[in-house]
Design a protein around this ligand. Structure first.
Ligand code: GLU
Length: 434
């Protein structure tokens, strides 16, 4: 396992800001966004320079015995970006496309996300390069327990607190909590969030990212004067984020015309009922069985709707399709769905993009509530969680909206400005050690 990496190694293993061929990687996008937003602020460039790099990236080898007795070896990562405001915090994904650089970029977005929400956490992200669909449940359990052991020194309730992300869920978090607690010889629920409530998870955590996307989308629609009952919405991705956002928006009167999964989109210009379409967790890859008209994911992204919510994966709105987007407003449900080049095109076309670090921040916000419940050994009701979440989201929305209005910048720049102001202040106060 690596620890703090000396600068020479960082230089050689992490692509540099401005590296053209990296333009759609999460880390390149995150750095360009950082530079773009920092240009609006009169702040110490040394601190911005530090924020372009992770504090550490832990890479581990995870051998797993398959059900047939053979052993396969997987690679896992945990990237720690910045912890000036509190313990590292962020998800853990199981996906064949996981890379070291992706984890770094995603860990940077977690730092900004926690700072926009004013949570006392820094940013982390991890993952294992694996297709979870190709593992049995017991293989997934062995993989998770061994990975937990490999990163045991780097995580902990006051150090780094993982959570679910793509390909992981509350069961994965339960195994991590158990493996960690067994090794520490005490039950430590605060080591991960996104657990089932029966072992210290929080009510409302599962729905929280989708709920925050819906709340922010509703505020954005109001801001741009779209009538709640006439707003048409297309949602890419019908996992936890997309399905929960689509259902809430439908309940609040919006007309959800398209929802999709990896195979395509169910489409009805008169409006679908997202409650009748099973989410990925309820019935995997079933979306296209539930509508008469099926369109492709590319077509969904360019539908003539008021509101587009990309809630599936990263890098779906790119230089190649940004000119064809017809939506009037984009609210990001996934992490990093819009590349830097696409952002510039959309800004020129006056299509507002409300960024991931604000819109889907409900997940980490309820993770914070879960962590508070764990360390205080008490449980909040669902109503309490939802009320607190709604308040936190409105407060962050107001902070970001104030920057949009004051500086005439994009929503992404405004969210970065809110986050960076807090981070730079914290760094300035703590100073550089030694
Ligand atoms: N994976 C989620 C995200 O990207 C949640 C992270 C967390 O709760 O720590 O925001």
């Amino acid at each position: 396992m690596s620890s703090n990496t000396p600068p020479t190694t960082v230089e050689s293993t992490v692509s540099q800001p401005g590296d053209e061929e990296e333009v759609t990687s999460a880390v390149a996008t995150a750095r360009r966004q950082l530079e773009h937003a920092a240009a609006h602020l009169d702040i110490d460039s040394n601190i911005i320079e530090r924020l372009k790099y992770p504090a550490a990236v832990h890479e581990v080898t995870v051998p797993v015995e398959r059900d047939d007795g053979t052993v396969d070896v997987f690679t896992g990562y945990r990237a720690h970006h910045d912890s000036v405001r509190g313990p590292y915090k962020g998800g853990l994904r199981y996906h064949p496309g996981v890379t070291r650089e992706e984890c770094i970029g995603l860990s940077m977005w977690m730092t900004w996300k926690c700072a926009v929400m004013d949570l006392p956490f820094g940013g982390a992200k991890g993952g294992i390069v694996v297709d979870p669909k190709e593992l049995s449940t017991s293989e997934k359990e062995r993989l998770t327990r061994r990975f937990t052991d490999e990163i045991r020194d780097t995580i902990g309730p006051n150090k780094d607190i993982p959570a679910p992300d793509m390909g992981t869920d509350s069961q994965t978090m339960s195994w991590i909590m158990d493996a960690y607690s067994m090794q520490e010889a005490e039950t430590l629920p605060g080591v991960v969030t996104g657990k089932p409530p029966v072992i210290g998870g929080s009510y409302g955590r599962e729905e929280a990212p989708g709920r925050s996307v819906a709340l922010i989308a509703r505020e954005a629609c109001n801001y741009y004067d779209y009538s709640p009952t006439e707003t048409t919405v297309a949602v890419q991705g019908f996992g936890s984020v997309g399905a929960n956002a689509a259902r809430l928006l439908d309940e609040w009167g919006a007309i959800v015309v398209a929802v999709s999964n990896v195979n395509g989109a169910a489409y009805d210009p008169a409006g679908l009922d997202p409650h009748k379409i099973p989410s990925h967790d309820e019935e995997p890859e079933a979306v296209t069985d539930y509508a008469d008209e099926i369109i492709g994911n590319d077509e969904l992204l360019t539908l003539d709707v008021d509101l587009l919510i990309p809630a599936a994966i990263g890098d779906v709105i790119t230089e190649a399709n940004a000119d064809s987007i017809q939506a009037h407003l984009i609210v990001e449900g996934a992490n990093g769905p819009t590349t830097f080049a696409a952002d510039e095109i959309l800004a020129e076309r006056d299509i507002p993009v409300v960024p991931d670090i604000l819109a889907n921040a409900g997940g980490v916000t309820v993770s914070y509530f879960e962590w508070l419940q764990d360390i205080n050994r008490r449980s909040w009701s669902l109503e309490e969680v939802q009320d607190e979440l709604d308040q936190e989201m409105m407060s962050a929305w107001n902070d970001v909206r104030a920057e949009v209005e004051k500086r005439d910048v994009t929503w992404r720049d405004a969210a970065y400005i809110v986050a960076l102001s807090r981070l730079v202040d914290a760094h300035a106060n703590r100073g550089l050690w030694p």
